[in-house]
Ligand binder design. Sequence first.
Ligand SMILES: [Zn+2]
Length: 160
Amino acid sequence: MNPNWFDRYGRNDIVDLKQYGFQSGWSSQSAYPGSGGTLLHELGHHLQTMMYPGRPATAGPLSVYSPLDQRIVDVIVRELGLKAPTGGTTGLSAAGMTKLIESYNNQARVAELVSTYGSRSFEEMFAEIFQEYATLGIDARPHIIRIGEAIIRLAETGKL
Ligand SMILES: [Zn+2]
């Protein structure tokens, strides 16, 4: 959704680029390989800002260094089979989770199980997972469905 793209490319080129992104694994799988997929990816970023323990829904964005809700960290680490240090993942922030993705060959695993773009950071991984879950529903990959359901339960009820 970068407006600079419109200066560099025509609209149809942008649609072609986005479709290539979905087909090549750059982006997670999608029922809407166009701007609809991008919008749901961006909604995933919004939902990720809700994944902090005890955070009121109306609170402003928290720092990428604030500890994440351990429940969603546990679901993601388990469902993606991410390797973690012996000290575990307790108290990790989004920045800490990005470091975890970059360690222990986890980046290749996230690229395969989510998307290449999602392997860049925790925030992009989260948004990519949500995009696939939100657009494909029961046709999403099983681990994506389990994480997506956990995201929705936590965002809607504050409980898993
Ligand atoms: Zn993003």
